[in-house]
Design a protein around this ligand. Structure first.
Ligand code: ADP
Length: 763
């Protein structure tokens, strides 16, 4: 037939084999035009040929493959989106020898080329092979439905049958196929392709098998597990092995002895046998969980840079040299002994607000230790420290172990707050439990009732605080190294306020533009607070800051200068005014030591007509009442020396009154004060002004030592006392008293009441 020029439609992706009916979608205007005109003018004959690159919009000859397909358009449909669908019957594949664009469409010059067979023998063999692999293909893969196989077998033309097979197997990728005009090449190509396909199918199959095996196993496991659960539930057994397994694994990683591990594993075994709805289940479960969360010999590295520690301690607290020094020594010893300085338990003793708790916190910060605090105030029950046995309903570990639980490390700083407030009663002896905690020999194996197993507390750094040593049991006291924090002088308070408290309170209240003059601070210290520490001072400064904050928010004021004269605007009228030390006839100033620090007390005595009775009013504790009786006896025994008539005491009642004051007072140290006041009332001699005294009296008139001289003298200093009579036993304590106090107060040591009288009446 030779060459032919035909209208041509360039295809983007599809090469079409000969002898089949198929659809072509066209969209480009030149293609639509070619299709229309071919339909009208050429009996629907058109040449379709594939572009090498489908993306080229206006292809040239060089953009085209050189073999295309002669097709006859059977039907045309207009589709939405400007697409025209052509149903075509392909006639045959033809080489294209030219390609051009004319009259708004493409034309192709094609030649006829018939298929040929280069080797009949080979063709036969290939045909057979092709038959076999095709059969296998249809057998193995559902992707090639039987209908196709049937359609193929109905095809009588062998060339077309191969074409159709090629079309179905490769669909998109058959440009190469149509370029072969030797049947043998076509067969070879198809057979190779089908083999590839079979390979893919077999790989897919094996992967699928593996997956489905796995799936089956999972299903199998799941079903078995469910069954096991059902059986366990039926039998009262429970908890999935997994959870027990997790417990077991964790136990294995604990840094504890094998014995302990065994004990914990036993608990896990036990758990595995308990029904989850039974009460025991939770008890055992909670126990295991708790034990696993406790720190077992897990240590945090402490800071051992002494300079840095000192810097942090100084940064947080003014003064307190003794405490800081002790901490540095502790560090030094620990460095030299490689961490083996066991048994250093510091006990910070002093009135409230002197910074016991906050220095402990700061020590923890300086040493980079975890900080935990346990308040012992009001503990009566040993179980609070040691916990309850698990058999108890609602049993819990004691406070020591639960604090360790919170600490999460085995070497925290542990503050035992208010160790002097532990009481003994019927419910066991909490202080004996504490003894065990603090004893370096015993605390390696501290026993908590709940925990049941020994727990090592030996790496814990314990620090205790107390207001008063007198209520601490001796054995406990023996374990601790006492550091007294007596209270601050006005000067120290002023500095603490200026350097620490104001800054802290400004931060807390968000006020950043406020200044306090020294006068204002002294005013607050003297007239708004009366304390050994600085807690109320801090509170009052906080009050001022909050009032300022409010003013800022309300608008108008942005900066504040607090001075002595305007303090009252913020804090109201002063809470305390210093009463002059008013000694006189029958009135004598004593010094007391209470939980809140030192204080003065004024003892008033009158001798009134009566029958020789002793009348006590005011707030006197039992010890003070005893002192009053002793005092009276001492005065009576010295009556004649002072020229008092023997019958005086038969005709007069002696009335002693101790004004209540802010804090109740008791103790023997008012003994000499009462004696002096009684003598004064009886003799009518006035007691010199500016004098205060403290000391215990014996029946024979001896003066015995007292406690808290530092606190007492700070209070006396605050109130303008000039001379203090002190027992000579206390001379050693005078060293402890800050210089600022020593410089303005004269201390007069005495051994007997007669010496006191000498000083008091100015004889
Ligand atoms: P305590 O435990 O002795 O009752 P706190 O530790 O609660 O006293 O101290 C009360 C407040 O006073 C805290 O805010 C503390 O920081 C502060 N404070 C006490 N002493 C000092 C000091 N020397 N330097 C700085 N702040 C101090």
């Amino acid at each position: 037939m030779g060459e032919r020029r035909l209208k041509c439609i360039p295809l983007r992706n599809v090469a079409i084999v000969g002898g089949i009916i198929t659809n072509i979608d066209i969209k480009r205007s030149f293609s639509i035009k070619a299709a229309e005109l071919a339909f009208e003018e050429d009996n629907g004959y058109v040449f379709v040929v594939c572009q090498v690159d489908g993306a080229v919009v206006r292809p040239e000859f060089s953009d085209m493959y050189r073999v295309g397909t002669l097709v006859k358009i059977i039907e045309r449909f207009s589709m939405p989106g400007g697409v025209t669908k052509l149903m075509v019957k392909s006639e045959k594949n033809c080489p294209m020898i030219d390609f051009d664009y004319e009259d708004g469409m493409y034309h192709a010059v094609i030649t006829d080329e018939e298929l040929y067979t280069s080797s009949e023998e080979k063709l036969e063999i290939l045909k057979n092979m092709c038959g076999e692999v095709t059969e296998e293909l249809f057998r193995e893969s559902p992707r090639y439905p039987m209908e196709i196989s049937k359609e193929l077998s109905r095809e009588t033309d062998e060339d077309v049958r191969l074409n159709k097979l090629a079309q179905y197997v490769f669909s998109v990728d058959n440009q190469q196929y149509i370029e072969y005009f030797d049947r043998i090449e076509r067969y070879e190509y198809v057979v190779a392709k089908i083999r590839d396909e079979l390979n893919v199918i077999s790989v897919e199959k094996s992967v699928e098998d593996a997956i489905s095996n796995k799936m089956q196993n999972v299903n199998r496991d799941y079903i078995l597990r469910e069954q096991k659960k059902a059986i366990e539930e039926e039998l009262g057994d429970s908890l999935e092995d997994d959870e027990l397994g997790v417990f077991r694994k964790k136990i294995d990683t604990l840094n504890v002895s094998d014995d302990l591990k065994k004990k914990f594993l036993k608990e896990v075994d036990k758990l595995g046998k308990i029904h989850p709805s039974s009460a025991d289940y939770f008890i055992v479960y909670n126990y295991i969980e708790y034990v696993l969360e406790l720190p077992w010999n897990t240590y945090k590295d402490d800071r051992d840079d002494i300079k840095e520690v000192q810097r942090i301690l100084d940064e947080d607290h003014y003064g307190l040299e003794k405490v800081k020094e002790r901490i540095i020594e502790y560090l030094a010893v620990r460095k030299l002994t490689n961490g083996n300085n066991k048994g250093t338990i510091l006990c910070l003793v002093g009135p409230p607000g002197v910074g016991k708790t906050s220095i402990a916190k700061s020590i923890a910060r300086a040493l980079d230790k975890e900080y935990i605090q346990m308040s012992l105030g009001g503990i009566h029950d040993e179980a609070e420290i040691r916990g309850h046995r698990r058999t108890y309903v609602g049993a819990m570990p004691g406070r020591i172990i639960s604090s360790m639980h919170n600490a999460k490390t085995s070497n925290p700083l542990f503050l035992l707050d208010e160790i002097d407030k532990v009481y003994n009663d019927m419910k066991g002896d909490p202080s004996s439990a504490l003894l065990e905690v603090l004893d370096p020999v015993q605390n390696v194996k501290f026993r908590d009732n709940y925990l049941e197993v020994p727990y090592d507390l030996s790496k814990v750094m314990f620090i205790a605080t107390a207001n008063n040593l007198s209520t601490i049991k001796q054995p406990l006291l023996d374990r601790m190294e006492i550091i007294e924090m007596g209270g601050y002088t006005e000067y120290e308070k002023l500095n603490i306020a200026k350097k620490y408290l104001i800054r802290k309170q400004m931060l807390d209240s968000g006020v950043d533009n406020i200044t306090f003059s020294d006068g204002a601070l002294l005013e607050i210290i003297r007239n708004y607070t009366r304390e050994a520490g600085v807690r109320n001072l801090e509170r009052e400064i906080g009050n001022v800051c909050r009032k300022a904050a409010r003013k800022i928010v309300e608008g108008g004021v942005t900066s504040f200068k607090i001075t002595q004269s305007n303090v009252a605007k913020y804090l109201g009228i002063p809470k305390f005014t210093d009463s002059e030390i008013e000694n006189g006839v029958g009135v004598c100033t004593g010094l007391a030591w209470t939980g809140a620090g030192g204080d003065t007390l004024s003892i008033e005595v009158s001798a009134i007509d009566g029958k020789g009775e002793l009348v006590l009013t005011g707030h006197l504790g039992d010890v003070m009442k005893e002192s009053a009786r002793t005092a009276l006896s001492v005065v009576r025994s010295r009556a004649s020396e002072f020229g008092i008539d023997k019958t005086f005491f038969e005709k007069h009642d002696i009335h002693i009154h101790v004004p209540e004051g802010a804090t109740p007072k008791d103790g023997p140290s008012a003994g000499i004060t009462m004696t002096t006041a009684i003598m004064s009332a009886v003799t009518g001699r006035a007691i010199v002004k500016g004098l205060a005294m403290t000391g215990e009296i014996t029946l024979r008139g001896n003066v015995l030592g007292i406690g808290g001289l530092k606190e007492k003298s700070l209070a006396a200093h605050r109130l303008g006392v000039k001379k203090i009579v002190v027992p000579k036993d206390n001379i050693k304590d005078i060293d402890e008293i800050p210089n600022i106090v020593k410089n303005s107060i004269e201390f007069i040591p005495v051994g007997t009441i007669d010496q006191v009288f000498n000083v008091s009446y100015g004889v």
